[in-house]
Design a protein around this ligand. Structure first.
Ligand SMILES: NC(=O)c1ccc[n+]([C@@H]2O[C@H](COP(=O)([O-])OP(=O)(O)OC[C@H]3O[C@@H](n4cnc5c(N)ncnc54)[C@H](O)[C@@H]3O)[C@@H](O)[C@H]2O)c1
Length: 436
């Protein structure tokens, strides 16, 4: 009997394959062919699963892969959900409007939603409750709106299927678009969140609005930050806006250009509002007046920035009630969109307004007011303004909004901060339960 040795596997001529003729080896060859077929099948199956289960192929309307990283699965739909949506958006006054408010759990969104509801408009909120700042504050605002009869749908403005569903259930006459990634400095930490919400999200919303029938009129929040490095003050809508100092500002500027495009191509009525440093009760914890209050109360030192040569850093602080009046006036004066079936039928309104207070206050004066209201001395740490997005000075020229919207701010910083501090002390003293 022929001894089978490992030597038989060695080719007689190095570099050439030796034909294997033994039945044993043929059997081995068959079994490795079966193995190969088996593993090829597994490999192909994995590729198949990957392509057919990946989010970008299952939702073709998604805008880009990076943005999908932030799209969570929110549950929506069903008869009970639709009933809540309809009831929240129902108009309860003569000549009222039905408004979809995006970013309704946010600072400005909560105040605008409550004001619209109070005067009998139908209001439906939409918010993704992200954790850019303490989501429990957003939940508290949600509870406040719930009591006022405003339902906030939990979802992302990038979810076009959800937006289409909302327009299927309610023929919104207006959209108040406030959802955005706010904050100037955070853009250096998480730049893609700005692209996701302020650019991709805006396009997603406008895509749905453009094909809605009827198309709604849209009022949306731009920002004073579009004036960027401009030194001519006060800032007027006619001034250049091509020198943004932060990615946040650049995305708001991009939003203004995107608005122009959708107005031009699809006949959407679009009004952009450039807010100037909004403050007040239920405000944003990432803003200086808010965290200064928190840190002064805790006895922690606060950083106050100054520009080169001890230059003053100042802001045109605008009280939330004044901003709300400006938002409502913009909604009330918005003309109808002219398109239908996704096609433009005629020229539509395109507007941009500054909503500020027209009286810039140095940040060090803001701290002095807080010290008086809190009856505590701040531990001031004076630092040079870093080049991370903040500008030295903001000052609004509001004559256009005054003329066309009847906008007239009435709250000075002292009175506005008094209301903020009263709210802050009640809200945080009571374990976040009160504050209304
Ligand atoms: N507060 C200010 O001083 C100020 C100044 C200029 C411009 N703005 C603009 O005004 C608007 C409102 O600002 P705010 O101060 O109320 O901010 P905010 O952060 O309190 O509110 C924004 C809300 O939008 C939600 N949101 C963010 N991305 C979303 C997404 N992809 N889908 C759904 N919801 C999303 C957030 O959860 C948040 O509740 C923003 O567009 C902001 O850029 C604010």
């Amino acid at each position: 009997m022929k001894q089978i040795s490992h030597l038989d596997d060695i080719p007689s001529t190095p570099g050439k394959f030796k034909m294997d003729k033994s039945p044993y080896n043929r059997l081995r060859w068959h079994s490795s062919l079966a193995k190969l077929t088996f593993w090829s099948f597994i490999f192909l199956a994995l590729i198949f699963i990957f392509f057919f289960r990946s989010p970008s192929s299952s939702t073709p309307q998604s805008l880009s892969d990076p943005s999908r990283r932030y799209l969570q699965n929110y549950s929506w739909g069903g008869a009970a959900w639709e009933k809540r949506v309809r009831s929240s958006a129902r108009i309860r006054s003569r000549n009222g409007m039905s408004v979809l408010v995006t970013g309704a759990a946010g600072f400005v969104g909560t105040h605008v939603s409550a004001a619209l509801k109070r005067r009998g408009d139908g209001v439906l909120g939409l918010d993704n409750f992200n954790d850019y700042y303490d989501p429990s504050l957003k939940r508290a605002r949600q509870a406040l709106l719930e009591r006022a009869g405003v339902f906030i749908v939990e979802g992302d403005i990038n979810d076009e299927a959800l937006l289409r569903k909302l327009f299927e259930v309610v023929a919104f006459t207006h959209v108040m678009h406030l959802a955005a990634q706010a904050g100037v400095r955070y853009a250096m930490e998480n730049p893609s969140s700005y692209v996701h919400s302020n650019i991709a999200g805006l396009v997603s919303l406008l895509e749905v609005c453009k094909s809605a029938n009827p198309q709604p009129a849209i009022v949306w929040a731009s920002s004073s930050s579009v004036y960027g490095l401009n030194t001519k003050v006060p800032f007027s809508e006619k001034d250049r806006t091509d020198q943004p100092a932060s990615l946040y500002a650049a995305t708001k500027k991009a939003g203004e250009e995107i608005a122009h495009t959708y107005n031009h191509i699809y006949g959407l009525s679009l009004t952009g509002l450039r807010f100037f440093t909004v403050y007040g009760p239920w405000g944003r914890p990432d803003m200086a007046y808010f965290f200064f209050t928190r840190d002064i109360l805790k006895g922690k030192s606060i950083s106050i920035f100054e520009a080169a040569n001890h230059g003053t850093v100042a802001r045109d602080f605008t009280y939330i009630d004044d901003i709300v009046r400006g938002c409502l006036a913009a909604l009330d004066t918005a003309e109808k969109s002219t398109g239908s079936g996704g096609k433009k039928k005629g020229p539509a309104q395109l507007r941009v307004y500054n909503l500020g207070n027209t009286s810039p206050v140095p940040v060090s004066d803001l701290v002095s007011i807080l010290e008086r209201l809190l009856k505590l001395k701040a531990k001031r740490n004076i630092l040079r303004l870093p080049r991370n997005g903040d500008v030295q000075y903001t000052h609004a020229n509001i004559s256009l909004a005054q003329r066309e919207l009847g906008y007239k701010p009435t709250t000075d910083l002292q009175s506005g901060l008094k209301k903020f501090v009263r709210w802050y002390l009640r809200f945080y003293a009571d374990g976040k339960k009160s504050g209304v």
